[in-house]
Design a protein around this ligand. Structure first.
Ligand code: ADP
Length: 634
């Protein structure tokens, strides 16, 4: 066996192998494009088989068989044209013209008998080479339009076609040369045929490792991208992103993710497809299709939990054909998106042309749908965990709040009871000192006032929270007097602290809710005392200050206590927020005082601020307009 014979045998074996592979594919998923491919390799295999049979028998093939082989050979470029047509890459007049030329060539072949004139053989070879070269170029273009593994496989097919044209061209030249050149050229042609077989094998029936290697880069990119989706806030953004990534990974057409909406009993899609028909016509088609009682292919995939492939979607789902037409969809695939046995939705891929490699596309779509399910499932788990954690934290906060509120109310209650018992005992004695009793009774009144103020603050907070029933009661008031009253009330209860007032003016009047502002200062002074457990000086400043041309007052309360860690400072005015060093220590607190302060000051049209260095103390300041907008003086 010569080298040329060996190469010829190998390439013929390759063609037969590819034929078996594509035939199995066509039987598994019958579609025009699959049959066209099977017909192409079937024709080649028949020609090869014919040569083998007659060579083995050692006889010359009869004329009819030779003619049949010739017809099959001439039919090859025509089948390639049909393939191009499947991809929407061949104008129909070219197809018709090729049919006419093919018919004429067949007639010529049959009419001329065993001795085909040289010029006719030349024309036929030219026809074959030109058409095949045209198909190769068109295939290259269709490959460039696709992406991912679809592009790689189409490029392999395009190479195969180009090599086939080259092999035939070399053969043609060989027939017109002398014997020794012809034998050299025939070896070149055989090598080209072999390369053709390899390229077709890679394109149409790639081995498993190659198939996976060609899918790997896009799949990896998809996986890498989806990692970040688990923690992205916006649901719709995640789904749209998944769709885009999946579409890139597939490399043909568009991808949608439909999520099952229990309330509507339907699949919900985040993105709309692009219409290929005029808006009005498309809408009419879509409305008519939506009225159909049968489920769409995507819905079938979701309900039956299986992948769906429709090479010709209008035929596979005629009830919704109008919808597919409006979006220019010819091929449709759908795979269920299911996580931990729970159906979540469906991933749909649509292309405007035929898909050559159905199995690979479906396999990729299934992988992408599984990964999408995992992302969505992880997100819902994270959400559940977060809401369970929030519920737990809220419960904790409520407990802390209740115990701190009970503690705050119990302190004055205890002193009320002690004082009342003392008065009782004094009254049983003979020499009653009315002055002492009066002093103790005043302390009782003061303590009840403190309790009432605490209860009022709680009521205010709950009304503000409910956003109803809360209203400022402003009147002309002197802020220096308000601050003084607050200091008087609190300083007496804190023997280790000295509260120093620095007011630049003896009186500073404005239009304010005096009772609420008093509670604001009581909160700030209480905190200054409470959070400087070692005692010390608490400074209170009050002075007039205009801001942006608006007359107002500035006030600040500073201490030298435990301070607030920098990380807690930005959120310290939020409800239930307690700094780490406060909640970790034994200092009780409800965490609502500062939010009350901010609320009341802001309702007056003012602003609050806090500055602190942990371990060195804190300063809380506020600014109030003298005449708050919208609180017109009565
Ligand atoms: P609480 O009832 O816990 O005192 P507040 O709303 O009044 O609630 O204060 C919120 C948190 O701000 C406190 O828990 C504490 O961590 C911090 N804080 C408030 N005032 C001071 C201060 N003067 N010094 C240090 N930390 C303070």
């Amino acid at each position: 066996m010569s080298a040329a014979d060996l190469v010829q045998f190998l390439s013929q074996a390759l063609y037969a192998l590819v034929f078996v592979a594509v035939l199995v594919g066509a039987i598994q998923r019958p579609r025009r494009v699959a049959w066209d491919v099977a017909a192409f390799f079937g024709a080649i295999t028949l020609i090869v088989a014919e040569t083998w049979v007659f060579e083995a028998a050692g006889v010359k093939p009869p004329l009819a068989v030779n003619d049949a082989a010739g017809v099959l050979l001439l039919g090859l470029p025509y089948i390639l044209l049909r393939l191009l047509d499947d991809f929407g890459q061949c104008a129909s007049w070219i197809l018709r013209l090729a049919e006419v030329v093919l018919g004429l060539a067949i007639l010529g072949l049959v009419a001329t008998g065993p001795n085909v004139p040289g010029w006719m053989a030349g024309v036929m070879i030219l026809y074959f080479v030109a058409l095949t070269a045209f198909c190769a170029v068109s295939f290259f273009m269709s490959a460039l339009a696709a992406k991912s593994f679809n592009r790689r496989r189409r490029l392999a097919v395009a190479c195969g076609i180009a090599l086939l044209a080259a092999a035939l061209a070399v053969d043609g030249v060989a027939t017109a040369t002398d014997a020794s050149t012809a034998s050299d050229l025939s070896l070149v042609s055989e090598v080209l045929s072999f390369a053709t077989g390899i390229a077709f094998l890679m394109g149409f029936a790639p081995p498993r490792w190659l198939r996976q290697a060609w899918q790997a880069p896009e799949l990896e990119a998809f996986l890498r991208q989806t990692v970040s989706f688990a923690s992205t806030e916006d649901d719709t953004a995640v789904v749209t992103n998944l769709e885009q990534q999946a579409s890139t990974a597939l490399g043909v057409g568009q991808v949608w993710v439909g999520l099952w909406d229990d309330a509507q009993g339907a699949l919900h899609y985040a993105t709309d497809g692009a219409l290929v028909l005029p808006e009005k016509e498309a809408q009419a088609l879509i409305t008519a299709a939506d009225a159909a009682a049968t489920p769409t292919l995507a819905r079938q995939a979701y309900e039956e939990q299986r992948t769906v492939f429709a090479g010709d979607v209008a035929k596979a789902d005629p009830d919704h054909a109008g919808r597919y037409r409006a979006y220019g969809i010819r091929t449709l695939m759908a795979a269920p998106v299911t996580a931990a046995g729970r159906p979540i939705g469906v991933m749909v891929a649509a292309a405007s042309q035929a898909l050559l490699f159905a199995e690979d596309n479906l396999r990729m779509l299934t992988l992408l749908a599984d990964q999408t399910a995992m992302v969505l499932h992880t997100r819902s788990l994270l959400r559940e965990t977060a809401s369970a954690k929030a519920r737990y934290e809220l419960d904790e906060l409520k407990d802390q709040f209740l115990s701190a509120a009970a503690h705050d109310l119990k302190t004055p209650l205890t002193s009320i009871r002690g004082l009342a018992q003392m008065i009782q005992r004094r009254l049983t004695r003979e020499n009653i000192d009315p002055q002492t009793i009066d002093r103790e009774a005043s302390l009782i009144v003061e303590s009840t006032a403190r309790m009432a103020s605490l209860v009022d603050e709680l009521l205010d907070v709950s009304r503000m929270e409910a956003k109803q029933g809360f209203e400022l009661r402003p009147s002309v008031a002197d802020i220096v007097a308000i601050v003084r009253r607050s200091i008087d009330q609190r300083a007496r209860m804190a023997p280790n602290h000295e509260v120093v007032l620095d007011a630049t003016q003896p009186e500073l009047s404005g239009f304010w809710d005096a009772e609420r502002l008093e509670r604001v200062f009581i909160n700030l002074i209480d905190n200054a005392i409470k959070y400087s457990p070692a005692g010390g000086i608490v400074n209170v400043i009050v002075r007039p200050e205009d801001r942006h041309g608006v007359a107002g007052v500035y006030a600040a309360v500073s201490d030298h206590g435990i301070g607030i860690p920098a990380a807690d400072l930005p959120r310290i005015f939020e409800r239930f927020q307690r700094a780490g060093n406060a909640s970790g220590s034994k200092i009780q607190g409800t965490g609502i005082g500062l939010s009350y302060v901010r609320n009341i000051v802001e309702q007056h049209g003012g602003v609050v601020a806090a500055s602190s260095r942990e371990g060195e103390g804190a300063t809380f300041s506020l600014w109030l307009p003298q005449q708050p907008d919208g609180l017109g003086a009565a």
